[in-house]
Design a protein around this ligand. Structure first.
Ligand code: KIV
Length: 257
């Protein structure tokens, strides 16, 4: 197993894992010194391209963004989402995961689902492709976006799926929008770390979509805390620029050839 992955697993019960998404080099460069894990998430479909769902994201799009992110990531573990319809069977999953690994030089791929993709995950891992799991709310396949863990059957399924994924060999599992006590149960039941998004403080680590945390993406989900207001800063800069252009102050001698 890669050293970076082993180090991430070792953090369980010792220190919280810090993770964020990145879709480009400049952002990845800033995050790299502060994150244990950087995910090129297929959330880029809704965040950057205004798609209705992540189901519209293509493999090529993921690869191009990941190539950009790779240039900015030196220290963190870099994980790339396999988009919808790229891992419907073992053969397809292996071909596409190999392509992602080769083209992007990422450390691992992430797939959404439990029992249904157990064999697929095993195939990838057997072929030396490290895999991160993703349970709870599954944006690639869920029709309704609601937190998970209200119903007993739902809780039992997530606990079972988490154990199955661990047995298949994933090195960590993202828990998305999972009720707090369920996230706690899953986390305590596993040897590998859980990374939560809207899944309470009980997970071994946290992840947020970077554009959400800086207040660039105009959404208001309960689980998103806006740690910065970058829109305000951008507006300030753009207004200043606009004023200077109109006042013939920019460009001046210093900024001209
Ligand atoms: O696509 C994504 O950004 C994700 C995170 C929400 C975990 O999967």
């Amino acid at each position: 197993m890669k050293k970076k992955i082993l180090n991430l697993i070792k953090k369980k019960n010792k220190s919280k894992i810090v993770s964020l998404t990145a879709y480009s080099k400049n952002i990845a460069t800033i995050l790299d010194n502060y994150c244990d894990l950087i995910l090129v998430g297929d959330s880029l479909g809704s965040v950057l391209y205004n798609y209705k769902s992540t189901r519209e994201v293509s493999l090529n799009s993921m690869i191009e963004h990941s190539k950009s992110v790779r240039m900015g990531v030196k220290n963190s573990l870099m994980v790339v989402d396999m988009p919808h319809n790229t891992y419907r069977n073992n053969k397809e999953a292996l071909k596409n995961a190999k392509r992602i690994m080769l083209k992007t030089k990422c450390d691992a791929v992430k797939l959404e689902g439990g029992k249904k993709i157990y064999q697929i995950i095993k195939t990838l891992i057997k072929n030396k492709i490290p895999v991160m799991g993703h349970l709870g709310l599954l944006p690639q396949s869920d029709k309704i976006f609601k937190y998970k863990g209200k119903k007993k059957t739902e809780r039992e399924k997530i606990i079972k799926d988490a154990k199955l994924l661990e047995e298949a060999g994933v090195f960590s599992i993202v828990l998305e929008c999972v009720e707090a006590s369920l996230a706690k149960d899953v986390t305590q039941n596993l040897v590998i770390p859980t990374i939560g998004i809207g899944a309470s403080k009980y997970c071994d680590g946290q992840i947020l979509v970077f554009d959400d945390l800086i207040g660039l993406n105009p959404i208001n989900y309960r689980f998103v805390k806006k740690f910065a207001n970058i829109r305000k800063e951008i507006l300030k800069g753009v207004l200043k620029y606009s004023k200077e252009v109109k006042a013939h102050k920019f460009p001046n001698k210093k900024t001209s050839y």
